[in-house]
Design a protein around this ligand. Sequence first.
Ligand code: UFG
Length: 344
Amino acid sequence: MKEIILVTGGTGYIGSHTVVELQNAGYDVVIVDNLSNSSADVVDNIEKVTGIRPAFEQLDCLNFAGMDALFQKYQGIKAIIHFAASKAVGESVQKPLLYYRNNLVSLINLLELMPKYGVGGIVFSSSCTVYGQPDELPVTENAPIKKAESPYGNTKQINEEIIRDTITSGAPINAILLRYFNPIGAHPTALLGELPNGVPQNLIPYLTQTAIGIREKLGVFGDDYNTPDGSCIRDYINVVDLAKAHVVAISRILEQKQEEKVEVFNIGTGRGLSVLELIHAFEAATGVKLNYQIVGRRAGDIEKVWANPERANNVLGWKAETSIEDTLRSAWNWQLKLRERGIQ
Ligand code: UFG
């Protein structure tokens, strides 16, 4: 019998790609999502990609009674991948309580319900934001956690601690915390991808919307940083590669291969790219010329960060595989497909 995995936020950007990879690996998936930042046709598109329709419940993880009923309905859930969260850094500064409530209470509800239903594993969506500006690069999992720059970042740090404290207290739970670097790109079928609400805050959706003419110009936030070309450096990780890391993490938990009850892995490529390098890579990979301009720095930006992914490579047995060119082409194809579908 197939093992059942609950994916919260499974119609979102990273969630939907992960559902596909879980299905490809032979798992049965139940998605729970309140559709606050996604739409139900993502479920149709997942089915188009894999030929399998995942179970879907439109429900907010804040709804404890609703979640309790969900675990009753789908007996035998083995593990959870918890994506569901609010994720806009700027909005979190404006609405901190919304972020603390959404992101903390959702996790608390899951951790309270897991023992009741014998769900023994959780993979948590964390972020390299917990490192702030690291003192040493590439950054390893042992780097100190820095004071969060935003309520959003703080929720990631606090949630990591909530998981640790719960497990230390003796809860029968095993966890893997995946600290993502910068996820970009889309599914190679162009059926799944990132669908930003309103004006995109992140680089790649803004870039592809500029390339297709929705935005006039991409602003590069600063060229006076202490980096070779002066623009900020990030570790851009392909979203399908990232999705596969979750499948490996789930198998590791279910096969009881963990060395500790809480394990942490950086999920990145190990390669840092500047904003300007990324723009040039996009132009080279797609042949599309981009209108961009250097503008002022964005408050709160980290100057440079990229992963040391060796622990994920060696212990988890996962490695980023997709080239940046293929990744950028996938992002562009997704943007073209959105136009074709009349969405953006
Ligand atoms: N950038 C621009 N112009 C834009 C948008 C972004 O130059 O219009 C630059 C940023 O200054 C940054 C880089 O592109 O140097 C990447 O910016 P993103 O907003 O795409 O990503 P961030 O690294 O700022 O943030 C991401 C996630 C957060 C997470 C953080 C962890 O969006 O959720 O990584 O470092 F917290």
